[in-house]
Design a protein around this ligand. Structure first.
Ligand SMILES: C[S@@+](CC[C@H](N)C(=O)[O-])C[C@H]1O[C@@H](n2cnc3c(N)ncnc32)[C@H](O)[C@@H]1O
Length: 264
């Protein structure tokens, strides 16, 4: 559908690299949406179900449907005890296999930068949500330096190591996401920044979580020659802020946007 082969295909590795941060940001996002319980939700690009689980625990939904192009991610999502009540199926955000007005709310957590045509995805989400329902998304502010993997991006940049960034990375700016929502015809559009603390027990936890070829940075690391990989590792070990007992913590931040489908 949209991405480099193998990107986000491993649900277990994704959980350690990103799922835990997705849940933390997802909780803040869901509190901000402030929607009543008992709704029919669509989780677009649900991946391995990290956000789906937060949605079920916090949102008290009547039903949740999760869609994602990656069967590998969905296979992991189906094993989550906290997501047993959700229905998962393979589909693309740009062509949702649902009738108009099928849901009360549609959300897209950490996905918009990976969708080739984000405006089409927003239009599709608006179509499948009933009039008056909610359409919302959040994405790490990649151009602003808000990605949990930002230390790796910075280190690669300063060592002159190429990191292929998908064109959609610029979409994660708040003004861009707001414009896409407005162009999709959504009303009462609001945006905010979500800030969370990223915390690792030590450097090995940081490196082993992120140097796996599951996301764009991990894939680039896996292609490095052994000497370049060691150089990057040594650089990061030196640069990362180490607290008591070697613990590492820093802030990540995402932009969120929400709007309402116009009343019929
Ligand atoms: C960073 S992961 C986010 C997963 C999950 N929503 C979360 O919060 O952890 C990005 C997800 O977007 C999915 N994705 C990529 N292109 C997509 C598309 N065209 N339609 C729907 N999902 C897509 C990927 O398969 C991947 O699971």
């Amino acid at each position: 559908m949209s991405e480099a082969p193998g990107l986000f295909a491993d649900g277990k590795a994704y959980e350690r690299m990103m799922g835990r941060w997705s849940r933390l940001a997802g909780d803040v996002f869901l509190d901000w949406l402030d929607l009543p319980k008992g709704l029919r939700w669509l989780d677009v690009g649900c991946g391995n179900g990290a956000f789906t689980e937060a949605l079920i625990a916090r949102g008290g939904p009547a039903e949740v449907t999760g869609i994602d192009p990656s069967e590998g991610q969905l296979a992991y999502a189906r094993t989550r005890p906290g997501a047993k009540s959700a229905q998962f199926r393979v589909a693309d955000a740009q062509s949702l296999p649902f009738a108009d007005g099928s849901f009360d709310a549609a959300v897209m957590a950490l996905v918009i930068s990976f969708v080739p045509d984000p405006a089409k995805a927003a239009g599709e989400m608006a179509r499948v949500v009933r009039p008056g329902g909610c359409v919302a998304t959040y994405m790490w502010d990649i151009p602003g330096g808000g990605l949990p993997l930002e230390p790796i991006h910075k280190a690669m940049h300063s060592l002159g190591i190429a990191l292929p960034t998908p064109p959609g990375f610029a979409i994660s700016r708040q003004d861009k996401m707001r414009a896409i929502w407005e162009q999709a015809g959504l009303q009462s559009v609001e945006a905010r920044v979500i800030r969370i603390t990223i915390a690792y027990s030590g450097f090995d936890d940081f490196w082993d979580s992120n140097a796996v070829p599951v996301g764009p940075a991990g894939q680039a690391i896996s292609k490095l020659a052994p000497a370049a990989r060691e150089q990057l590792k040594a650089h990061l070990r030196q640069q990362l802020p180490a607290g008591p007992e070697g613990r590492i913590s820093y802030e990540a931040f995402a932009n969120a946007v929400k709007g309402r489908v116009p009343a019929a």
